[in-house]
Design a protein around this ligand. Structure first.
Ligand code: OOG
Ligand code: MG
Length: 253
């Protein structure tokens, strides 16, 4: 059963074809096992794990998707698009795009140590964009559905890294804008991410412990979108984060 569902999710991504939602009532722990199974198929094809993402860390995202719990997914090298680059829209079923704050881990985080402070394991921060693409029809899912589907992760772009002053919780509040072809379509603030993105990083640790995610030096962590996502098409999209920077990506095809 696990095998079939993970295979179906993997195939939906590869064949760019939406699938039915899963049967209701799945335990969250099982949904994370499915996610690991889906990712192990990608790793077997040569993809590398390069990061971790949080989802539903803002009210705007929770309201947009009707899911009110933080979720964790995985980022591979095949999902990364160079800043200012173009991404082929043929890769996606029904892509959306959202502004993110990205962090870089300078050290391994020992998630089994209850005292560990992830904020001391972060050395850089950058503006980012995430392209999400649910493998489920009509972009509709339950909490276990979206967890099994690697939290809709499809592609991401990270802008220029800046040093984190001392610890992440000292970072100021930044205004966040999502800009499509020059028009601002969503407005938010880094404070919309659980009050401060530092709290998103902190929230990641117990989830990593519980659901088997490694947080290693060099990894990128996306803290979760501050605003709702916008449809992504043949357009130029920017995340403008005042005081942090701007990152751009273009949808091609
Ligand atoms: C799930 C992914 C949520 C975020 O930043 O909140 C997410 C989805 O909205 O399809 O990446
Ligand atoms: Mg996101």
């Amino acid at each position: 059963m696990t095998y079939e569902i993970a295979g179906a999710l993997d195939n939906a991504q590869l064949s760019v074809t939406a699938m039915d939602q899963l049967a209701p009532g799945m335990e969250l722990a099982h949904a994370y096992e499915l996610q690991h199974d889906v990712l192990s198929r990608r790793f077997a094809r040569g993809e590398r794990l390069i990061g971790t993402k949080l989802g539903f860390t803002s009210k705007a995202k929770m309201a947009q998707m009707g899911v009110a719990e933080i979720i964790v997914g995985q980022l591979t090298d095949a999902m990364q698009v160079v800043a200012d680059g173009a991404v082929d829209l043929a890769r996606f079923i029904h892509p959306r795009i959202e502004p993110e704050v990205a962090f870089r881990l300078s050290d391994d985080v020992d998630v089994d140590d209850p005292e560990v402070d992830i904020l001391r394991c972060v050395d850089a921060v950058a503006p980012a964009l995430e392209i999400i693409d649910s493998r489920y029809r009509d972009f509709r899912f339950s909490l276990p559905d979206v967890v099994a589907d690697n939290t809709s992760a499809a592609a991401f772009v990270v802008g220029e890294w800046q040093d984190v002053p001392r610890t992440v919780d000292e970072l100021p509040v930044w205004d966040v804008e999502l800009v499509v072809d020059g028009s601002v379509v969503e407005i938010g603030s880094s404070a919309d991410i659980l009050g401060h993105p530092a709290y998103a990083l902190r929230a990641l640790v117990p989830m990593a412990r519980k659901y088997g995610f490694a947080l290693s030096a060099g990894q990128i962590v996306l803290a979760g979108a501050a605003t709702a996502a916008a449809p992504f098409g043949p357009s130029t999209v920017q995340a403008r984060i005042a005081g942090l920077g701007t990152v751009t990506v273009r949808g091609a095809g």
